[in-house]
Design a protein around this ligand. Structure first.
Ligand SMILES: Cc1ncc(C[n+]2csc(CCOP(=O)(O)OP(=O)(O)O)c2C)c(N)n1
Ligand code: SF4
Ligand SMILES: [Mg+2]
Length: 284
């Protein structure tokens, strides 16, 4: 007896029913942005970097600026951002992303230029370059991923580590009287005259993701106005170094991180500064 005879009770009827739905009837609710390279990412499960890469690339796709966008990648876990974003990218040595982006933007003012940096990269070794670029009002967008640790190098204390937070270099918890308080980068930079738009967001829930996408969209849209620097700080999950599951890490952001790093806009442009100038109508 063949296996078919053994498991099937009898001849299988051939049903010529119409398909339930035509292709047009399906609503497209998600597609991977065409601006992303079709490859596997190296990030840990639950890491914020992969999500934020995707959001930036969605913005680039929606604005139709794939050919005119240049990103600057940092050191840290997101050093390989250039392997995932299908745009022109430049790697910058430790903390120098804003200086490199300054050069690119000044040479090519019509390009959309952004940096992508972690807290070790931006707020420690690169704080000077970042502060001076914003003070000068460079027309770049800075995407600042704050996960409160040096993720790539196994979770050392960063300038943004929370008070009392345990890291590999603060095993008893960050002692503020010894190491100082966490640096609130967004608030600090918003005080500089060159800062045009400064916001702090997160990506630990669907609503937070939507707000972050909006913030990134604004920051990119403002760039052709040449009015100053846009800084989008994003509180990122680092489940591996926080020694948490992805779900616990998302809760940790809501329950602990936001106490030190409250979410929301910190500096928004005045209405007249973002007024779109319509091209003059030609007389017929
Ligand atoms: C001059 C120098 N200092 C330090 C390092 C080690 N290093 C590489 S990445 C990194 C920290 C990255 O942390 P962060 O910028 O917060 O990025 P994350 O991995 O958390 O996304 C450090 C300290 C190095 N390679 N060279
Ligand atoms: S170590 Fe942290 S920041 Fe790095 S990939 Fe893993 S979760 Fe992301
Ligand atoms: Mg970090």
């Amino acid at each position: 007896m063949s296996i078919d005879q053994h498991i099937l009770p009898g001849p299988v009827p051939v049903l010529n029913l119409p398909p339930c739905h035509t292709e047009e009837e399906y609503e497209m609710v998600y597609h991977k942005p065409s601006t992303m390279v079709d490859t596997t990412m190296h990030y840990c499960p639950g890491c914020a970097h992969s999500l934020v890469h995707k959001l930036i690339m969605e913005v680039v796709e929606e604005l139709g600026i794939q050919e005119t966008t240049i990103g600057v990648a940092p050191v840290g876990c997101s050093v390989f951002a250039y392997d995932y974003m299908d745009i022109d990218m430049q790697e910058a040595a430790h903390g120098r992303a804003c200086a490199v982006a300054t050069g690119i933007k000044r040479l090519m003012p019509d390009k959309y230029v952004f940096t992508y940096q972690g807290d070790g990269d931006l707020a420690a070794i690169g704080i000077a370059e970042t502060l001076h670029a914003i003070n000068r009002g460079e027309n770049i967008c800075i995407v600042f991923m704050n996960n409160a640790v040096y993720g790539m190098t196994s979770g050392q204390m960063a300038p943004t580590t929370l008070p009392g937070m345990h890291t590999t270099t603060s095993p008893d918890g960050r002692d503020v009287s010894y190491y100082g308080a966490p640096i609130k980068v967004a608030e600090l930079m918003a005080n500089l005259p060159g800062a045009f738009y400064v916001t702090r967001q997160a990506v630990n829930s669907p609503n937070a993701v939507r707000r972050t996408k909006k913030a990134l969209l604004n920051a990119f849209k403002y760039q052709p106005l040449h009015k100053g620097t846009c800084l989008v700080e994003i509180i990122g999950n680092c489940p591996s170094n926080w020694k948490m599951t992805p779900v616990e890490a998302s809760k940790f952001i809501d329950e602990e991180m936001v106490k030190t790093f409250p979410l929301g806009d910190i500096k928004i442009p005045a209405a007249q500064d973002i007024k779109i100038v319509e091209p003059a109508k030609q007389e017929s």
